[in-house]
Design a protein around this ligand. Structure first.
Ligand code: ARG
Length: 588
């Protein structure tokens, strides 16, 4: 009955969610406390079935019942008619579930009919994703790469699921350094009359700083410009705008090269929140959350203790009247509620800024600037390390520029791909080189659990074996080539899916786990879960392909059924890679 229902609705299923719900229900009906959870996982071994529920033991302990006895009761109350062909109790009280092949086959058909592979529609939320966030008049560097790549995968994934995604590029476009930058821009313009000096932002910034440190007259002018800029002076505003625009158009080139979906309209820099800052400080003071201390305005947080064990003071306004990075992030969270109406805000910022965010959010929550239901999440990540285990640097010890890194990626992919395809037309070759080179850099980052540091290693990321972009891209072309070679139109596949062989069953079940995989990625912002899934899927396909002849199958019915499995594999790989922002090509 269930299988029939799913087909009629036109959606496949989140198997894990369905089983969790049904087993938790049975668990509670069997006498377990009302908040008991079934803890349903994909089984690690075939003999344990397709899924395993591990929640019985904990529940049994709570009610003082022998776990096996509770498990038996749960199974007797559990109705998995049509979904599971067998339910077994194992060990101290694990419940093993073996999916019904007909049910799996029916869901494969459903997935094939829909361009979104039949995933269940979500209740759309407004989700703000704070990512990339480079700084004005500075070259985007390696420190921004993880945020840009992982944040963009999250944006694509959530959008694909049907959420309203607002990309927020929290560009560092405000602060006291702008006096110096404006004064220096003025100086070079007087000397050269063009904006050439801004072509290399790294040099520009360095020279501006040097001049500021060495030339007292310049420094006075710079400090004067800060005050004028903050006061809205037109000349300073224009110069500032120029700095922002030139920086962001250079960054846009990088985004485009990276196949990252950010555009100029996603820029919501720090300056956007300027006007809110005085009001917030005044409000926090007036309501007694903030106090004066040595001329500065400070919020003391009991949640955070300093070395002496006293509440930690967070400065929100300096003695000279200047506001801080924290003040801006307080305003920014408030804005994301009041103006953007966010249900969730995901911050892709490196782990070193965790305390900063926690402080800002603690103040935001205390002051009640956002509703409790609004979720603020720091999806943090570790550092990018060189092969030596130290922070990734150029050979000379400098920061690696993102654009240089991408040049090198293309160069390396070029050598690799040309060697493999000496006779391919130039246009096509270029496309593949780009997809592989850029894909390799992105995938290397996406495929590692983001919370830890990761080692940047060209040889690993460009290998055609292992969990890499080239391997995945190649796996996709291989499945595709089956259809190309035999010139098959997918609409001609009218026979039902048959799952007689073990390898067909394993592949089919894994294909249906796309939905629970993407649901996890959406919830936790962990694209490596998608990478691991796709990698595993590609491996299962290889095994299937080797042992189950497709085009030379024994009968037309089996041939069509296997072609359908291959087709859904191709679609799943492509779609999965799409949600990660990894391009696919038709052959390579
Ligand atoms: N521009 C900052 C940096 O380069 C990152 C900003 C992150 N976003 C935020 N809402 N604080 O470190």
């Amino acid at each position: 009955m269930q299988a029939l229902l799913c087909v009629i609705e036109g959606n496949t299923v989140n198997i894990q969610a369905i089983l969790s719900e049904k087993i938790s229900h049975a668990l509670i009906a069997a006498g377990a406390p009302a908040n008991s959870e079934a803890h349903v996982r994909q089984s690690a071994k075939v003999q344990f079935g397709d899924y395993q529920a591990n929640g019985v033991m904990a529940a049994a302990k709570k009610v003082g019942m022998p776990p096996r006895q509770l498990a038996e009761k749960v199974v007797s109350l559990l109705d998995l008619q049509g979904i599971a062909s067998k339910v077994e109790i194992a060990g101290p009280g694990f419940i093993n579930i073996f999916l019904d092949k007909a049910w799996v086959a029916a869901n494969i058909e459903t997935a094939l009919k829909d361009e979104k592979l039949g995933i269940t529609p979500v209740t759309p939320q407004t989700i703000v994703i704070d990512y990339s966030a480079p700084n004005v008049a500075k070259q985007m560097h390696i420190g921004h790469i993880r945020s840009t790549i992982i944040g963009d995968a999250a944006a694509r994934t959530l959008e694909f699921l049907g959420h309203k995604v607002i990309r927020a590029n929290h560009v560092g476009d405000w602060g006291t350094q702008f006096g110096m930058l404006i004064a220096y821009l003025e100086k070079v313009q007087n000397e050269d009359a063009s904006d050439m000096a801004l072509a290399d932002l790294e040099v520009f910034y360095r020279e501006a700083k040097k001049t500021y440190d060495e030339d007292e007259e310049f420094a006075v002018r710079a400090r004067n410009y800060v005050v004028k800029l903050q006061g809205g002076d037109e000349y300073c505003r224009t110069m500032w705008r120029k700095l922002v625009d030139i920086t962001m158009s250079q960054n846009q080139e990088t985004y485009d090269r990276l196949n990252v979906t950010l555009t100029q309209k996603d820029v919501m820099g720090e300056s956007l929140y300027n006007d809110m800052l005085p009001g917030i400080v005044a409000d926090l003071k007036q309501r007694g959350f903030a106090v004066e201390s040595d001329g500065a305005t400070v919020v003391y947080l009991d949640e955070y203790k300093n070395k002496e064990g006293e509440p930690m003071g967070v400065i929100i306004q300096k003695k000279d009247g200047g506001y801080l990075y924290t003040t801006t992030d307080i305003a920014c969270a408030k804005y994301r509620h009041e103006v953007l109406h966010a249900d969730r805000v995901l911050y892709y910022i490196d782990s070193r800024q965790h305390q900063h965010l926690m402080q800002a959010w603690t103040i935001v929550r205390k002051a009640g600037y956002i509703p409790e239901s609004m979720s603020l999440e720091h999806h943090m990540f570790g550092m990018m390390l060189g092969k030596d285990g130290k922070p990734f640097k150029t050979r000379a010890g400098g920061t690696v520029r993102l654009s240089d890194l991408l040049d090198e990626a293309i160069e390396r992919a070029n050598a690799l791909i040309r060697e493999k395809n000496p006779d391919m037309p130039e246009d096509e070759l270029k496309k593949i080189v780009n997809a592989v080179g850029i894909g390799a850099v992105k995938y290397a980052d996406l495929s590692k659990s983001r919370t830890t540091d990761y080692v940047f290693d060209w040889d690993n990321m460009l290998a055609f074996e292992g969990n890499t972009a080239p391997y995945m891209q190649y796996a996709y072309t291989r499945v595709n080539s089956i259809f190309k070679r035999a010139d098959i139109d997918e609409n001609s596949l009218t026979q039902p899916v048959l799952l007689n062989e073990e390898r067909e069953q394993a592949l089919a079940t894994r294909l249906l786990q796309f939905e629970e995989t993407i649901t996890t990625v959406a919830r936790e912002g962990t694209p490596h879960v998608m990478c691991a899934y796709l990698y595993d899927l590609a491996g299962l396909f290889s095994g299937f392909y080797e042992h189950c002849p497709i085009l030379n199958a024994d009968s037309e019915a089996v041939r069509q059924s296997r072609l359908k499995l291959a087709l859904l594999t191709a679609k799943t790989l492509k779609l999965g890679l799409d949600t990660l922002g990894i391009e696919t090509v038709e052959r390579m």
